[in-house]
Design a binder for this molecule. Sequence first.
Ligand SMILES: Nc1ncnc2c1ncn2[C@@H]1O[C@H](COP(=O)(O)OP(=O)(O)O)[C@@H](O)[C@H]1O
Ligand SMILES: Cc1cn([C@H]2C[C@H](O)[C@@H](COP(=O)(O)O)O2)c(=O)[nH]c1=O
Length: 245
Amino acid sequence: MKRLLAFHVISRHTLRLHPPWHRLGRTTCLLLYAEHWICIEGNIASGKTTCLEYFSKTSNLEVLTEPVSKWRNIQGHNPLALMYQDPVRWGLTLQTYVQLTMLDRHLSTMSAPVRMMERSIYSAKYIFVENLYRSGKMPEVDFAVLSEWFDWITSNIDIPVDLIVYLQTTPQTCYERLTQRCREEEKVIPLEYLETIHQLYEDWLINQMSFKVPAPVLVIPANHDLQKMLHQYEEHRGKILMGSK
Ligand SMILES: Nc1ncnc2c1ncn2[C@@H]1O[C@H](COP(=O)(O)OP(=O)(O)O)[C@@H](O)[C@H]1O
Ligand SMILES: Cc1cn([C@H]2C[C@H](O)[C@@H](COP(=O)(O)O)O2)c(=O)[nH]c1=O
């Protein structure tokens, strides 16, 4: 039992950064693989936070929401609002901070064997940085700096992801939910923006033709009303939490 508790506070990256982890007992090493890391992915306002909220009532499960509040307030500045106002000028600023805060989430000490996290360092790069760059709103040099940072992080630090749950919606549904949520910074978002983000997600996770997918993908259709969504989460509970069929 002691070993089990000890295991909970040792994450894989800690072991990697502080060798020699191979000296740990055999039991500990076996238990390492009992960890289960799930990332919930989807377009803006697709229902990720709502999904996390629902699963947060599950025992032995830790939920990590996106650090949006940090993106809206760093020492009194709002890089999220700045980016929407002037993406060419502030895209790098926001995305640098997103990358840092996502990495911090990935590396934070686990308090339960199952961890469910909203988005990931991967989608920040493959969806949002990529979108800024492809749409001509991120200068080439900014994209190069972010890309080198991302490549360094992902080749030198172990970022375990065991399952990606993709909440698949239409851009129109997200537009309606986003309008209803009414986050101040996002009032300038047009439907076309959500269409582009949607396509980037589809190419990454469904068509798997743009970037490496770091884990198996479970697709959950997410246009449905809340009741049906909760029903679907129950249906998929085993698959999501344990990776079982
Ligand atoms: N299945 C659903 N049907 C209708 N509205 C929903 C549904 N899921 C979430 N919402 C609402 O849509 C908005 C965005 O949901 P949220 O969970 O914050 O999305 P995300 O975290 O993906 O941005 C919120 O106002 C939320 O209450
Ligand atoms: C990861 C990431 C997010 N954003 C923006 C997109 C949205 O306006 C918010 C996140 O809200 P959501 O409801 O959880 O989708 O942040 C961004 O601009 N860049 C990013 O890398």
